[in-house]
Design a protein around this ligand. Structure first.
Ligand code: NAG
Ligand code: NAG
Ligand code: NAG
Ligand code: NAG
Ligand code: ZN
Length: 511
């Protein structure tokens, strides 16, 4: 993670678009009239028992299916079914399971050089393979087959990172006859990345750190170096689901969308990332069913976020071919990690005042409303970078006002933050980020409870009024969306992100 090999360009490889058909006013609620939702009433429902019950549920799904809820896995399927059934039973929402197919890739690698193990990371989409032979130093950057010496045939190429993509190196090595390729970093730190596209004629490929490469290069200049490279990898098409639920009641032309991602990484059960956001919005959806709304509220549980925001991009693309559908969405709220153990109470910096990455007009209002909420609780809060590194990216790229909360991932807490929130300076906000330890025990309850109340506050507010928000103007939205796309590009693959998800994203342009 710290080598920042993560790029954000999501692949849109997928299949049939099933249009976002939510409600549209049919199926009028015939039940006795419920009271109009209010912030205080909706907040009053929030309780630890409900959140804990769901956290245990998600953990049990992971436990029953190999320890994770990664997209397309049994653990994720169970999560999706649970969300779908919970919402369906309320008879308050029109609920849709939106299928999409994406390529899943995972694996492990081991590299042994002259009898010593060297930490090596697979590149996403690498094929598997095992080879024991000698390492062959490639004198230049290995970007074309002619860069490789003839003796590389059947052996393991040893190449520096740089100039061309990992994919080009791996394809060229294969074309030159290499049985595998080790790419070493050209800056300090370890190296992991993605080939950007599956099912090409790649040589099995791993990355290693510059530090680990230095003694190997020295040994190579002195004589032959024996090595074994073992890449155990799976690359396959997987069906996956978004769950989308819109209140039957309310104005369907002026909709609030509230989202989070329902998948985990394959390293662990993902109970904070993003079990916490999933559970927070699912429970608010349950409580909301005791009220009526003026504006329709659409809850979105996105799949395959950890693979490059794939579910949310798929969803946004399934509606943005229609300007009318797009114009119905007045704002998007995102909740991805809201109970980190060494938490901050972070609000996406929608007005750009802290990080100079400004969201579409209206994002400033969303940020301000969250600030006011924490003030009302006499609680501190801080802005957090609005960098496009979670499911709101597709929404801001379409000019939709967006915002949300984030309690922090792998970045260490500062002294100033410790003064505000307690916890430990110099320790990651979430020491179990993307790890096996992201369990129910990893959750901070103070953060989880106040943030679930914060969701209640904003949902109740926007379900009753869009006062203050800019009227929908599609030209302005297009302009704001283009600005958001440019903002994302300028961050590049080495951008500092508070919530960079590892895993495959990339359009094969990673170098
Ligand atoms: C998850 O659901 C998909 C779609 O229904 C199915 O193709 C797949 O086999 C399921 N995976 C597991 C592990 O149950
Ligand atoms: C609705 O309110 C009643 C009590 O007023 C409560 O028992 C019930 O659980 C609430 N429904 C939901 C979905 O929270
Ligand atoms: C903020 O970003 C814009 C580009 O979007 C740039 O022109 C401007 O100089 C930046 N301002 C600061 C204070 O960094
Ligand atoms: C739809 O949204 C995607 C994701 O942000 C974007 O790349 C694409 O340009 C949008 N399409 C239209 C027609 O606006
Ligand atoms: Zn996440």
């Amino acid at each position: 993670m710290k080598t920042a090999t993560v790029s954000l360009f999501a692949l849109a490889l997928s299949a049939t678009v099933s249009a976002g058909d939510h409600g549209k006013g049919k199926g009028k609620d015939k039940a006795p009239k419920k009271p109009l939702v209010s912030s205080a009433k909706l907040q009053s429902y929030v309780n630890k028992r409900d959140l804990l019950n769901d956290a245990n549920k998600l953990q049990s799904f992971a436990k029953a299916h190999g320890g994770n809820r990664a997209f397309g896995s049994g653990g994720h399927n169970a999560t999706v079914d649970y969300i779908y059934n919970t919402l369906k039973r309320l008879n308050y929402y029109d609920v849709v399971k939106q299928p999409f197919t994406e390529i899943f890739s995972e694996g492990t690698a081991s590299l042994n050089v002259n009898g010593a193990n060297v930490p090596a990371a697979i590149m996403t989409y690498t094929p598997g393979g095992e080879v024991s032979s000698t390492l062959v130093a490639v004198p230049n950057l290995g970007c074309t087959p002619t860069d490789y010496p003839a003796e590389v045939a059947g052996k393991i190429a040893f190449v520096s990172r740089g100039t061309c993509s990992f994919a080009e190196k791996s394809l060229s090595a294969k074309a030159a006859g290499a049985a595998g390729i080790v790419i070493y970093n050209n800056v300090a730190g370890s190296l992991a990345g993605t080939l950007g596209a599956p099912f090409q004629d790649y040589a099995p490929v791993v990355g290693i750190s510059q530090e680990d490469a230095a003694p190997i290069l020295e040994a190579l200049s002195a004589g032959p170096v024996e090595a074994t490279l073992d890449v155990d990898a799976t690359v396959e098409q997987r069906v996956n689901y978004n769950v989308i639920a819109e209140t039957k009641g309310g104005d369907h032309e002026n909709v609030l969308v509230v989202g989070g991602h329902s998948d985990s990484v394959s390293a662990g059960p993902g109970i904070n990332d993003d079990g916490s956001g999933t559970i927070g919005i699912l429970n608010i959806a349950k409580y909301l069913s005791n009220f009526s709304v003026k504006n329709a509220v659409r809850f979105a549980f996105f799949g395959a976020e950890e693979f490059g925001l794939l579910g949310s991009y798929f969803y946004v693309k399934s509606i943005n071919s229609s300007e009318t559908e797009l114009a119905k969405i007045r704002a998007y709220l995102n909740f991805d990690m809201i109970a980190s153990p060494n938490y901050i109470l972070g609000i996406y910096d929608g007005d750009g005042s802290a990080y100079n990455l400004t969201g579409p007009p209206g994002s400033d209002i969303i940020e301000k409303d969250f600030e006011d909420f924490y003030k009302s609780k006499r609680s501190p809060s801080v802005p957090t970078e609005f960098s496009g590194r979670s499911d709101y990216a597709g929404f801001i790229q379409n000019g939709i006002p967006s915002g949300g909360l984030f309690t922090g991932a792998e970045v260490p807490k500062t002294e100033a933050e410790q003064k505000l929130f307690g916890g430990e300076v110099g320790v990651a906000y979430d020491i179990n980020y993307h790890k096996v330890g992201d369990t129910v025990d990893n959750l901070n309850w103070k953060a989880f409870l106040i943030n679930t109340q914060a969701i209640a506050h904003s949902v109740a507010k926007y379900a009753t009024s869009w006062k203050g928000f800019p009227a929908v103007n599609l030209n302005e939205r297009r302009w704001a969306g283009d600005k958001a796309k440019a903002m994302k590009r300028s961050l590049g693959v080495h951008g500092h992100g508070v919530h960079t998800h590892s895993g495959p994203c990339g359009g094969g342009d990673e170098i």
